[in-house]
Ligand binder design. Structure first.
Ligand code: SF4
Ligand code: SF4
Length: 494
């Protein structure tokens, strides 16, 4: 299914029912479980203790890693526990959570106030980090780290391409004026020559709101992009907007472009007004929920409370998903907390599930290659992965796979292609990290051997010097004795 901008992609039914109602406030739960790790980076350490009272907005964690991002208390309360709980992650690993029981639910973090931020990037970066800002589009990259490199192009990503997800759509409709102000601020910090906001063509109300907010301004362009999945992917959007392709193995910053999700832009504006990131917008959708909608939710709120705010379950739900139906993660229960990277909860019924469960052999139809937005050959990658041929996987560009699942969607044999690629990428990453660890161990061993050899040589040289010194001393004593004896002899003769 060819189109403009990037190769492949799919036109999917939108299912944006959640965008039909204004943003609603999700009530605070009886208990917030706030994961320490909500971003791509290191987890850090808790800086509160069980039993301690916390204020709304208080910092709960600290860390020394440059990519560390702290977490904050969304409301006033008391820390009831700091414990390991399962994380909503494909690895099913556990992570540390700070559990807070709200005691004054009305004491939440105040909205921004005060004059606009006038400082430069050096003052801005620590404020953005300390406010806990990480990418809200799903990947969770630490925003201060991304902003540390100046760029020519700033692209505000409002292309919400996955079906059902509607939080950016509602944000654009309701907060467009603030977004444009904050975009100007981010652009100034980055010293970007060009700035545009990209919105998908089917999001007509969002487009109108942004057009109105921009009025006649020409410093930020409004770019209406094709409604084709995965248009909102960073690389695909860059190609569609700038015509530049991010080379494999390189980052957008290597070609001078930054893509920032629209919710993240607002979070940066909040951070520079002294407001930490303690809430986010989450859409709740699918045939399994009573009232689909977009909710303003405190981080750490259990998904069950959010589903309840959307009217609760409607029919037997076949699958609960965090994220969209294409790239989302299937969950086994609704007790996971909302985190910074969770933009959507889906409650899918039988009719909304993609495909059947039994995979058949590949019939080499080539449909997967036609829709791959990364220009890969999924059927080949699948074969190499199943055969354990890691070198061939690397040669055929596995790293460029964005796990968009377009190939799964069209595969008539229902092969679990993207899941296989995710697994293969993780295995390769583990292998590389093992190789790096082995290389480090080898270097450490070699430098220890060299050090021991150097020390042995130094010891030998010292001993040799000492021996020479002693020998010289003995020689001198002999000479002195001889001189003395000769002097005695001469004395006797006279
Ligand atoms: S779409 Fe499926 S069946 Fe067709 S070539 Fe790709 S993997 Fe094989
Ligand atoms: S999941 Fe990977 S291989 Fe499949 S279409 Fe997307 S980018 Fe291509």
């Amino acid at each position: 299914m060819p189109g403009e901008g990037f190769p492949g992609g799919l036109r999917l039914p939108a299912h944006k029912e959640a965008a039909a109602r204004p943003i609603a406030l999700c009530p605070l739960p009886r208990e917030l479980a706030i994961p320490l790790l909500q971003h791509a980076g290191s987890e850090g350490r808790p800086r509160v203790e069980p039993g301690q009272a916390v204020l709304a907005g208080e910092v709960l964690s600290c860390g020394d890693d440059p990519r560390f991002v702290p977490i904050h208390a969304p409301c006033a309360g008391r820390v009831s526990a700091i414990e390991q709980r399962p994380l909503p992650h494909p690895s099913r690993l556990s992570g540390w959570h700070v559990v807070i029981k709200p005691d004054h639910p009305e004491h939440i973090v105040s909205p921004r106030r005060g004059p606009p931020f006038e400082g430069g990037i050096e003052q801005a970066l620590p404020l953005i980090r300390d406010a806990g800002v990480a990418g809200l589009g799903g990947a969770g990259f630490p925003t201060h780290d991304k902003l540390a490199h100046s760029r020519d192009w700033l692209i505000l990503n409002g292309a919400e391409c996955e079906p059902y997800i509607a939080c950016d759509d509602r944000l654009l409709r309701e907060r467009a004026v603030q977004l444009i102000d904050d975009a100007r601020l981010v652009r100034r910090l980055l010293q970007a020559q060009r700035c545009c906001i990209a919105i998908e063509q089917p999001m007509q109300e969002a487009i109108s709101a942004v057009r109105q907010a921009l009025a006649d301004a020409s410093d930020i362009e409004l770019r209406v992009v094709d409604g084709r999945y995965p248009q909102g992917g960073e690389r695909q959007l860059i190609q569609a907007i700038t015509g530049r392709e991010v080379p494999r193995g390189r980052l957008p910053r290597d070609i001078g472009v930054m893509v920032m999700n629209v919710a993240t832009v607002l979070a940066v504006g909040d951070a520079l007004s002294g407001v930490p990131l303690t809430r986010r917008l989450v859409s709740v959708a699918g045939s399994g929920v009573q009232q689909p909608g977009v909710f303003d939710v405190a981080l750490g709120t259990p998904m069950a409370v959010l589903i309840e705010a959307a009217g609760g379950y409607r029919e037997p739900v076949k699958r609960l998903v965090m994220g969209g139906p294409m790239m989302g993660l299937a969950l086994e229960h609704d007790q996971y907390p909302i985190s910074k990277s969770c933009n959507s909860i889906l409650l899918l019924g039988e009719a909304e599930l993609l495909g059947v469960s039994t995979a058949l052999p590949c019939i080499r139809c080539g449909d997967c290659a036609e829709v791959c937005p990364a220009g890969l050959l999924p059927q080949q990658l699948f074969h190499f992965s199943r055969a354990g041929q890691e070198a061939r996987l690397e040669q055929h560009g596995l790293e460029a796979c964005i796990e968009c699942a377009c190939c799964d969607y069209v595969c008539p044999s229902q092969l679990p292609l993207s899941a296989e690629f995710r697994y293969a990428k993780q295995s390769l990453a583990v292998r590389r990290s093992e190789q790096r660890a082995a290389e480090l161990a080898r270097q450490r061993f070699e430098s220890r051997q060299q050090r021991l050899q150097r020390q042995a040589e130094e010891r030998t040289q010292k001993l040799e010097a000492k021996r020479r010194q002693v020998a010289q001393g003995n020689e001198m004593q002999k000479l002195l004795a001889r001189a003395k004896a000769q002097a005695h002899k001469q004395g006797d003769e006279t």
